[in-house]
Design a protein around this ligand. Structure first.
Ligand code: ADP
Ligand code: MG
Length: 559
């Protein structure tokens, strides 16, 4: 029988698979199962639209069978099948799947850099197999055919006997090499784990023959081995279920199962959108800071599914940096399985989803703040710093999203308050939102600069985090009230003492101030009589954009 050559581009992809530069070889199973599921989708659709075709739900399934003795792994489906022409066209050409475009974009980079998270299609079978056989019988009465390939040199195709409609993909699993073992792809428990990991939520049952032991009939403690067919996947993903069917424990269990964190989630957000873009998501706000959160190793992102199939573990484009602590997953029927990271970045659907997710997270945090203050404060202790960085970064672009979520310690309330609460309490004559920076609340309490403002009965926000003042400089004003540091020269407070009095203070002490300025030389720009001191003899004040506290921080930064 004549061996047909693969088209040039397919050959290149095939080479790549045979030399398996992908680190996660296990994804081949995800690819084959998703093809099987697609094929069942097609026959399912036909049955729904064609009265002559009965649809019996139980007869649609995928089956995975390992045969250790013969070193084969078989993926069987009851899908629509392929004609001889389909076999030639679909398995001989790769261009349409987009995988090659992905490979090209990455070629310049280190080969190992390629992420095996994308749909790499049917050819991924060659990562673990040196012979791939496809036996398929199409719907519509045509005969079955067998397609077979040993890899790069090409494939053969011939008529074959097969009774039922559907496809069987048989992989001859590679022999172990010195650096690589392939035995695992014949192990029940390993296959089961791979299916659970990537294909748990495929809509059709994925069945396996699982060997078990049972007590032999007629005996008391003699065991015999037997095979039992099991459905490995859970089929209905939690995110497709109705919120009303689910308990908080269900979400917690999902959080654990997915290893999103070792803590318990503080809050979950279950989203189901069916509009311009369709997606479901389950997001979590963790309670504690992950140990690597403020380190370089930390990678933000959500799991991304395309119609129930996991395509990426951490899709960073779905989360803004200021919400990088959020964990969870997104599933959308509008995404293609074969989408590369580069393509995703420009995907309009994904951008819409990301935008939508951002606003959902914000409103969840707002309602937490409103209804469950204690929980919010717990959250804020862990991640408030990230929100403040979010305000500061990108020149304050996101301040409108974030400013309502900020909290600062209040001189009056002696606890964390929001800007909204501060504004609501302001006396009518107060023009500014006052703040004081320092290392700790206790230290700020003792600052001489706070005296006049406190004497007026005005509330002061305490900034004890490095980022606080920088973030506030980005916000500038909140509800039309500007922020003002208690150490700035002009506090905007009407003086009780009349102008003459301080002018005369100034004149009386002219010589003293001049000699003080001489001694302090370039350390201060002037020495003046102050109107704002009460119990302290002296204080520093600044008039520029950068306050003394900010200067300290800037000086401490590495250049
Ligand atoms: P993609 O799934 O992105 O189209 P693949 O390389 O995974 O790319 O598969 C190529 C094509 O081969 C599929 O589009 C489909 O037409 C066909 N195919 C693969 N596996 C099956 C199957 N089990 N049943 C029917 N058709 C299949
Ligand atoms: Mg596919």
């Amino acid at each position: 029988m004549a061996v047909k050559e693969f088209k040039a581009e397919s050959k290149r992809l095939l080479d790549m698979m045979i030399n398996s530069i992908y680190t996660q070889k296990e994804i081949f199973l995800r690819e084959l199962i998703s093809n099987a599921s697609d094929a069942i989708d097609k026959i399912y659709y036909k049955a729904l639209t064609d009265d002559n075709l009965a649809f019996d739900k139980d007869s649609y399934f995928v089956k995975v069978t390992a045969d250790k003795a013969n070193r084969t792994l078989t993926i069987t489906d009851t899908g629509i099948g392929m004609t001889q022409e389909d076999l030639e066209n679909n398995l001989g050409v790769i261009a349409k799947s987009g995988s090659l475009a992905f490979k090209k974009e990455n070629e310049s980079k280190d080969g190992h850099d390629i992420i095996g998270q994308f749909g790499v299609g049917f050819y991924s079978a060659f990562m673990v197999a040196d012979v791939v056989t496809v036996i398929s019988k199409p719907l519509g009465g045509e005969g079955a055919f067998k397609w077979e390939s040993h890899g790069a040199e090409g494939y053969t195709i011939e008529p074959f006997e097969k009774d039922t409609v559907g496809t069987e993909v048989i992989l001859k699993i590679k022999e172990n090499t010195e650096d690589e073992s392939y035995d695992e792809y014949l192990e029940e428990y390993r296959l089961k784990a791979i299916i659970k990991k990537y294909s748990d939520f495929i809509r059709y049952p994925i069945k396996m023959e699982i060997s078990s032991q049972r007590v032999k009939e007629g005996t008391e403690n003699e065991f015999e081995a037997y095979q039992e067919e099991q459905t490995v996947n859970s089929m209905v993903p939690i995110w497709r279920k109705n919120k009303s069917e689910l308990t908080p424990e269900d979400y917690e269990k999902f959080y654990m199962e997915k290893h999103y964190g070792f803590d318990k989630p503080l809050k979950h957000i279950h989203i189901s959108v069916d509009g311009a873009v369709r997606y479901q998501a389950i997001l979590f706000i963790p309670e504690n800071i992950p140990f690597d959160y403020y380190s370089k190793e930390f990678e933000k992102g959500l799991e991304l599914y395309a119609n129930g199939v996991l395509i990426m573990n951490k899709c960073a484009d779905l989360l803004p940096d200021f919400f990088s602590f959020v964990k969870g997953m997104v599933d959308s029927e509008d995404l293609s399985l074969n989408i590369s990271r580069e393509m995703l970045q420009h995907d309009r659907q994904l951008k819409l989803i990301a935008k939508n997710i951002q606003s959902k997270i914000k409103s969840q945090l707002q309602s937490l703040l409103k209804d469950e203050r204690e929980q919010y404060e717990q959250f804020y202790k862990s991640f408030g710093r990230q929100l403040k960085f979010g305000v500061y970064n990108e020149y304050g672009r996101h301040k409108d999203v974030l400013q309502d979520l900020l909290m600062f310690y209040s001189s009056k309330e002696r606890k964390l308050v929001t800007l909204d609460e501060y504004i609501a309490r302001m006396p009518e004559d107060q023009k500014f939102i006052y703040y004081a920076s320092g290392e700790t609340n206790e230290r700020i309490d003792k600052l001489p600069q706070t005296e006049l403002v406190a004497d007026k009965g005005y509330e002061i926000l305490y900034f004890t985090d490095d980022i606080d003042e920088f973030a506030i400089k980005m916000i500038m004003s909140y509800k039309e009230k500007e922020f003002k540091s208690v150490s700035s020269g002009d506090l905007g407070i009407e003086e009780d003492k009349d102008q003459d009095q301080s002018d005369s203070d100034e004149n009386d002490n002219k010589e003293l101030f001049e000699s003080m300025k001489e001694i302090l030389a370039d350390k201060v720009s002037s020495v003046k009589a102050s109107k704002r001191l009460r119990t302290h003899p002296v204080c520093f004040s600044t008039d520029g954009e950068v306050t003394i506290e900010m200067e300290k921080i800037l000086k401490a930064m590495p250049n």
